[in-house]
Each structure stands twice: as C-alpha cells, then as structure tokens.
Design a protein around this ligand. Structure first.
Ligand SMILES: [Zn+2]
Ligand SMILES: [Zn+2]
Length: 346
C-alpha cells in the first residue's frame, strides 16, 4: 500500500477536505501514474452528497484523470514510464462476458467497477481522481495523445466519452443534422466533437446566455426553445442528444426528429420521466434511447480523434482548495465549461 494525498468527503453531504488515501501496490497488470489533473463532473457531486445512493466514506470522487505513468507491472506492454495516460469512469470489469468482449465494459454482465465508490473485486472501495497518484489495471487505462495538454484533455475522459458513443453509434458526420440540448460541460464537448466529425450542429437551450459561445465554437445555429422555435424546427434533425439533467419537454423535442431519427438521453437525470405517444414514434420510425459513457476502446478512439482534430474542452483550472466552491458553482451552472483540478496543489 502507498499513502497518497487526496481530497475526499469524510461523510455524506460534508465538504471535501485534504486527506490521505491508500493505493494498492503495483500488480503485474497495473499501471501507476501521477494524477496531474482531474476534471470535476456533476456526477462527483451527486455521488459524494449521497444523492445517488449510500456511499462508503471517506470518498474521493473524480473520473476524469489525466497524468503521467510512474510504474508498470510486468504484464503491461502498452505503457511505459513517462507516457501521458488517462482513466475515465471504469476501472475494472470481468472482460469475459459479451458486452466486455465487444468493447462495452460499462455494460459488463458481471458488474462494471466504476472509478470511485464501487466495491472492486478485491473487496476495496474504489477511490477516484481527486488524488495525486493512482494504480489502475492496464485494460482500463488509455493513452492521451502528446499534442493534447493534460489539463484540457482531462474532461474528455468522462464528458468526451459520454458524447462520443452516441455520436458514433448514430453516425454523426457530413450531411447529418445534430441537435444538442443543453450547453454545459457535456453539451459544449458534444458540439466540438460532432462539428469535427463533419455534422451540422445546432444547440437548443432554455436561455440565450451561451449563444455567442456556441456560435464561436462552431454551432450552425442556436435556439432558445420557446413555442415558435419548437414549431419552426419540426422534423429537422437526424439526431438529438439531451445532455441536461432536469426534466425537459421530451415529447416536444421528439417532434423535431426527422423520419428514422434518434433521440438519445445522456444527461444524468436521476428521475427520468418520459411520456411519448407511441403513434408519433412508430409513424416516423423514430428511436428513443439512452446512452452510458463509452467502452475503453471507444474512449481511446475518441482521444485519438481529439488529438487529430485538436478537439479540447473549455476549462477553468483550479487549486484543490477551491473544490467545494467549484461544486457549488457546478450546481448553479456557473462554469464555462468544466472545472479541472490541478492535483499538484493538494
Ligand atoms: Zn462524469
Ligand atoms: Zn463483463
């Protein structure tokens, strides 16, 4: 065991404090790396505050880890000391079931192990990336292309992977019209990815506040959604991604899909409510579905794509002492567009 500096919640709802967490010794299949930066995802806040169920404390959240390799186990050939690496939402799975074998470890039939707050196969509770160092099985570590700065690349590990999977699955690309509902940490990465894929991307929002930003980042159009907007955009999009975590007019948005289009929910609404008339869906052959992050290979593909196309999230780098204030600002949607912790300040 190694003791490493961390920020963690000592109990449910308590502010995060500086502390020490244990990291296991480097096993034959492990990669040890210095976590230089970690993004703050809204899920971190929901989890440590107990809003998504009971947790074991102290708990250090964070599933957007970016850093440099410091040691590798004897079976590890893909990584060497000094490599730029990342870890997203997953740190273990069975690797044998059908979802695992087809690169969808997040849907492991024997239980995917998430980066923090999950009970790993050795019985320990996983600790996330608000720590200065991590030891992770190499099958769940990805390479970060050298041309991407590690601080801005960090949010790609969750936000990027969350948007990548549905954009790929529903063939976002030239000739496709993609709409993104919500323009926050997830939405702005979705815009940049879909735009780089060659799609025409429209942002749909409840307010005009971020219109200028969205257009600057390459949006084809930005609509504040009122009745006139819903009417004017009927049957307009091939793909709509809902990134917001509050209840939206799903039935209204569904009408904005073309024949055969897909509506994908990726926001983390803990109580999703959907009321759709089947006749609307069936008559236009539209799809309604959900998406949960990317598998490991998909995450690597996404990072390689971001390296090639220079896709980077907009970030605000903060010292660890600012984490609790940053949490409050994330909850208040007061961030453009992702906080990233400089872990050297712990
Ligand atoms: Zn996340
Ligand atoms: Zn599995």
């Amino acid at each position: 065991m190694t003791k490493v500096k961390a920020f963690a919640a000592p109990s449910e709802g308590a502010p995060l404090v500086a502390t020490i967490v244990d990291r296991r010794d480097v096993g034959p299949d492990d990669v040890q790396f210095d976590v230089l930066f970690c993004g703050i995802c809204h899920s971190d806040i929901h989890t440590v505050r107990g809003e998504w169920g009971k947790q074991t404390y102290p708990l250090s959240p964070g599933h957007e880890l970016a850093g440099k390799v410091t040691a590798v186990g004897k079976n590890v050939t893909k990584f060497k000391i000094g490599d730029h690496v990342g870890v997203g939402c997953l740190v273990n799975s069975c690797l044998n079931c059908e979802p695992c074998k087809t690169g969808h470890e997040q849907f492991c039939q024997n239980g995917a192990i998430f980066t923090y707050g999950s009970t790993d196969r050795d019985g320990t509770v996983t600790q996330g990336g608000y720590t200065q160092s991590a030891v992770i099985n190499h099958n769940f570590v990805v390479s970060i292309p050298k041309n991407l700065p590690l601080d801005a690349a960090a949010p790609l590990l969750c936000a990027g992977s969350t948007l990548w999977a549905p954009l790929k699955r529903w063939n976002a690309g030239p000739g496709k019209k993609v709409a993104i509902i919500g323009f926050g940490g997830l939405g702005h990465v979705g815009l940049k990815l879909a735009k780089a894929m060659g799609a025409e991307v429209t942002v749909l929002s409840h307010s005009d506040k971020k219109k200028e930003d969205a257009l600057k980042m390459g949006a084809f159009a930005f609509h504040k959604m009122d009745k006139a907007a819903f009417d004017s955009l009927k049957e307009n999009f091939d793909l709509i991604l809902n990134t917001v975590s509050v209840t939206v007019d799903t039935a209204g948005y569904y009408e904005l899909l073309k024949f055969d289009g897909a509506f994908v929910v990726i926001g983390a609404d803990p109580t999703p409510t959907v009321s759709l008339s089947t006749s609307v869906g069936v008559s236009k052959q539209r799809v309604f579905t959900l998406s949960l992050i990317s598998g490991v290979q998909e995450t690597q593909d996404m990072l390689n794509f971001c390296g090639e196309h220079n896709v980077l999230p907009e970030i605000e780098v903060i010292p660890a002492s600012y984490i609790n204030e940053a949490f409050d600002r994330v909850v208040a949607s007061d961030v453009r567009y992702r906080f990233v912790i400089d872990n050297s300040t712990m």
